[in-house]
Design a protein around this ligand. Structure first.
Ligand code: THU
Length: 137
């Protein structure tokens, strides 16, 4: 896994917690915030945004990623995710696939709990044998 120092980790968790404040969670009442750091050094924040029709709901991780890609970013250093749970919140399967479109398998994923404690995993650990554009060559 790529190196990430603890000051950077703490900063990203704090930014993800700020993003969590923006969550629109009319149905689950489960707030999630994400902070995605691009190789440009910019941070992109995202929250989950739910919908009365449920399935159009978008997770915090995808909100952050789509904002970043729209802004022209294509390479990323790390992502931090935090919710209101005492458990570490890990990205859902769809978000793992979306992350793997733009992020390397050795990118650190910071899974935080509501106390701000965290666990580090790589994207490759979360989505082994990811299907990517290389698989279509
Ligand atoms: N959710 C996220 O935003 N990210 C995750 O990693 C897990 C799930 C959201 C989707 C939905 O709004 C709520 O959490 C409950 O599933």
């Amino acid at each position: 896994m790529k190196e990430l120092n603890r000051f950077e980790i703490a900063k990203m968790i704090a930014l993800a917690a700020e993003a969590r404040e923006r969550a629109y969670v009319e149905y689950s009442h489960f707030r999630v915030g994400a902070c995605l750091k691009a190789q440009s050094g910019a941070y992109y924040l995202g929250c989950n945004i739910e919908n009365a029709s449920y399935t159009p709901t978008v997770c915090a991780e995808r909100t952050a990623m789509f904002k970043a890609v729209y802004e022209g970013e294509r390479k990323f250093e790390a992502i931090a995710i935090i919710s209101d749970s005492a458990n570490y919140t890990a990205p859902c399967g769809v978000c793992r696939q979306v992350l793997s479109e733009f992020c390397e398998a050795d990118m650190p994923v910071i899974l935080a709990n509501k106390e701000g404690e965290y666990k580090l995993v790589s994207l490759g650990e979360l989505l082994p044998l990811a299907f990517t554009k290389e698989d279509m060559e």
